[in-house]
Design a protein around this ligand. Structure first.
Ligand SMILES: [Zn+2]
Length: 108
C-alpha cells in the first residue's frame, strides 16, 4: 500500500530501525503505546496522534457522497457504493499521510 524507502525515519523503531506495522495506526489514541516486534521497546509517537477523528472523516466521506447520489439518482445501491468508495478513499489518504509523518520515540 505504501512505498517504503530505505532512508525513511517515519514509522520505524528508533532503536533498531524495525518497521512498525501500519495497522498500529488504527489503534492510535491518546497515550497509546506500541511495542516493537523486534526489540520489544515500548514506543510512543513523537507527536500525539489520534485516529479517532479519522473515523469521523471517514464517516463524512461516506455520508456526503451517499446522500448526494441518493438525492440525485434515487438509487440506494449506487449511493451505498459511492459512500463506501468515498470513505475508503479518505481513510486511505489519512493512513498514508500518518504513515509518512509519524515518528516514534521510546516511551518513558
Ligand atoms: Zn525495535
Amino acid at each position: 500500500m505504501v512505498r517504503i524507502t530505505a532512508d525513511k525515519n517515519t514509522f520505524v523503531c528508533p532503536k533498531c530501525n524495525n518497521n512498525i506495522p501500519w495497522t498500529e495506526m488504527l489503534q492510535f489514541k491518546k497515550g497509546h503505546e506500541t511495542v516493537c516486534s523486534n526489540c520489544k521497546t515500548h514506543l510512543v509517537t513523537k507527536n500525539p496522534v489520534s485516529f479517532s477523528w479519522g473515523f469521523l472523516l471517514g464517516f463524512l466521506g461516506f455520508i456526503v457522497p451517499a446522500k448526494t447520489i441518493s438525492y440525485l439518482y434515487d438509487n440506494i445501491l449506487l449511493a451505498f457504493i459511492c459512500g463506501v468508495s468515498g470513505a475508503t478513499l479518505i481513510i486511505l489518504i489519512l493512513l498514508i499521510y500518518l504513515y509518512n509523518t509519524t515518528e516514534f520515540i521510546e516511551a518513558n
